[in-house]
Design a protein around this ligand. Sequence first.
Ligand SMILES: NC(=O)c1ccc[n+]([C@@H]2O[C@H](COP(=O)([O-])OP(=O)(O)OC[C@H]3O[C@@H](n4cnc5c(N)ncnc54)[C@H](OP(=O)(O)O)[C@@H]3O)[C@@H](O)[C@H]2O)c1
Length: 277
Amino acid sequence: MQNHNHKLPQMMYGTAWKEDRTKELTLMAIKAGFKAIDTANQRKHYHEALVGEAVLQACQENLTTRENLFLQTKFTFLAGQDQRLPYDKNADTPTQVNQSFAKSLVHLNTDYLDSFVLHGPSTRYGLAQEDWDAWKTMTELYYAKKTKHLGISNVSADQLTLLLDKAEVKPDFVQNRCYARLGWDKEIRKICKVQNIVYQGFSLLTANIHELNQPIIHGMAQKYDCHIPQIVFRFAQQIGMLPLTGTSSYEHMLQDLACDRFDLSQEELLAIENLSA
Ligand SMILES: NC(=O)c1ccc[n+]([C@@H]2O[C@H](COP(=O)([O-])OP(=O)(O)OC[C@H]3O[C@@H](n4cnc5c(N)ncnc54)[C@H](OP(=O)(O)O)[C@@H]3O)[C@@H](O)[C@H]2O)c1
């Protein structure tokens, strides 16, 4: 990572599953104070063009500037798409990556991305030729300064290790679903720490409903006079993660952003890390 850390916001707004409300909610998130936005050129789960409309309007209304926003989107293989494709389905992988990337720039009303993420390897185990081809094309976009960072999502420890062993340009981000029962993706986070990769965690609330309902968590929320989501997001930040929230509520946006108004103690962090132990 070429030390963009100082510029990296502490919390990212996720735009999945917002459909027709994508523009309104992304604009609301920018108004609430979010400076980092995650989307994907995958119409099945995201409406990237409406994210772009929100960004444009926010800039026009002087709520922010493009330079002050961190925009991240993804390339998604055919298997993860529905019929609304951002590329030619018969083209080879490099062409598909380039077509998807070019459409993302148009959707987002920008001429560069802050982060371009491979939405997930094409295969469950190991990395296939398509994955290497996609990564190489992403690398070329990085060298051409069209994206400031590269990332990979939905990746296993073995796949990440393989990529790190062989790739010319390493990912600066890993974006994964974060389960308390897996020690909050402990194995991957360990690799990320050593390699100076920022771990972006999603589904921190929805994947851990049972764990977060334990008395120890309720006790912490009481102690800090805050809400349980704030405990989880603060925990994530303090152990070095960049948490994502996709809340559709303005009140929750403000709450989630304000989680850094308190610090959990080392013992509390350890207790949350080991919630499932
Ligand atoms: N790379 C991938 O494959 C992938 C997969 C999934 C998600 N993502 C990214 O991650 C983002 C977040 O997704 P997610 O899976 O974490 O789920 P999410 O869409 O953020 O859902 C979070 C849930 O938590 C609730 N919530 C948030 N803050 C709250 C608060 N302060 N108090 C009470 N409830 C609160 C929300 O309800 P309210 O709306 O009522 O607040 C919502 O039901 C997505 O939008 C997307 O950008 C990436």
